[in-house]
Design a protein around this ligand. Structure first.
Ligand SMILES: [Zn+2]
Length: 354
């Protein structure tokens, strides 16, 4: 019997979004990832483990779950225009609108397949990225908030009650945080370099009203490596996720924490991304029948980006034994450090982490 595959969502349209010459969020990012994926699928022993799927378009109504109708129209009007500057570092090209509605729609396509049992887990290999996109504003290379829209979709269409979003991108996902700041249905967890772009993500930004405690920020100084991130996932993410008991986990997977990333100051290795993915996949196995969708955010060193994505895809196929072995081995190298100690002590007022 063939096992349920890991779904890889990709499409040539995502390479057509071009924010301009010498922009770090370049079409080469996905060209490099896609050729790495092709090589992985052709390599011995991996062919049957994955299935490539295509995205659908997100509709205007679906986009309005997270974005203002005037803002959606503003992006739609860029269609066919060679270059349109939305903010100092965010721009569109003629086909960016098409790419953007398929990036969000692609996350919906993955959720559909996971919910009807055709996929074990999945990775949306899309551009433009999403986690900086606000309700009425493009910023930080992002147009629509793919992961936030995915959370809305899972709750509205499938009636899921609780969604965890884990954001390990170098940057804080201001847009995602703001989307669910007053909600106790979506738990937003972010590790990020701080202080840094976009400026949000302080420890005391915890949500408001019913959402108080359901935003968990872990601001970090530069230089954090695989075992530092592993310690955060073991000592903070894991107990919080277990207490919250999500129905699905969405990951804002940014690869700009790679040690050679030109925009970042972190020290994660290619293998480190497989380790982070293993942490998430194990939590999902324990809490929500393994339902995890990784969504591509940042990552600007092309080799690091490709290797990181491939490590995540390989982790999606780990057996229970292999996953436990990797996590057990990582645990022996985990040590506490100042920012983790502060985050644990701070968030212990909301979660059983101390
Ligand atoms: Zn980033």
């Amino acid at each position: 019997m063939q096992s349920v595959p890991t779904l890889i969502l990709k499409d040539p349209i995502f390479i057509q979004h071009d924010p301009g010459p010498s922009h770090p969020e370049s079409p080469h990012r996905l060209e490099t990832i896609y050729s790495g994926v092709t090589a992985l699928l052709e390599s011995e022993g991996y062919g049957g483990e994955y299935r490539i799927i295509a995205p659908r378009d997100a509709t205007m109504e679906e986009l309005s779950w997270n974005h203002h109708p005037d803002y959606i129209q503003r992006i739609a009007r860029t269609s066919g225009i060679d270059h349109y500057q939305l903010d100092p570092d965010t721009a569109t090209s003629a086909r960016s609108w098409e790419a953007a509605i398929k990036a969000a729609g692609g996350v919906f396509s993955l959720i559909d397949r996971l919910m009807d049992g055709q996929g074990r887990n999945g990775f949306a290999l899309v551009r433009p990225p999403g986690h900086h996109a606000e309700r009425d504003r493009a910023m930080g290379f992002c147009l629509f908030n793919n992961v936030a829209l995915g959370a809305h979709y899972a709750m509205k269409i499938y009636g899921l009650k609780k969604v965890v979003i884990i954001d390990w991108d170098l940057h804080h996902g201001n847009g995602t945080q703001h989307s669910f700041y007053s909600s106790d249905s979506v738990l937003y967890f972010s590790t990020h370099q701080f202080p840094y772009y976009p400026g949000t993500g302080a420890l005391n930004e915890v949500g408001q009203g019913d959402g108080t405690g359901f935003t968990v920020n872990v601001p970090l100084g530069a230089g954090k490596d695989d075992s530092d991130y592993s310690a955060i996932f073991s000592q903070l993410v894991r107990p919080v996720v277990h207490e919250f008991k999500p129905d699905i986990i969405l990951v804002s997977a940014g690869f700009d924490i790679y040690h050679r990333d030109p925009l970042g100051g972190m020290a994660v290795s290619g293998r480190g991304f497989g380790l982070l993915a293993a942490h998430v996949l194990k939590m999902a196995r324990e809490c929500c029948s393994g339902r995890v969708i990784f969504c591509l955010e940042g990552g600007y060193n092309l080799a690091g980006l490709r290797d990181g994505v491939l490590e995540v895809l390989k982790a999606c196929r780990y057996s229970r034994e292999k996953m436990d072995k990797i996590l057990d081995r990582a645990r022996t190298a985990e040590k506490s450090f100042r920012e983790l100690d502060s985050a644990i002590s701070f968030h212990s007022r909301y979660w059983p982490v101390a």
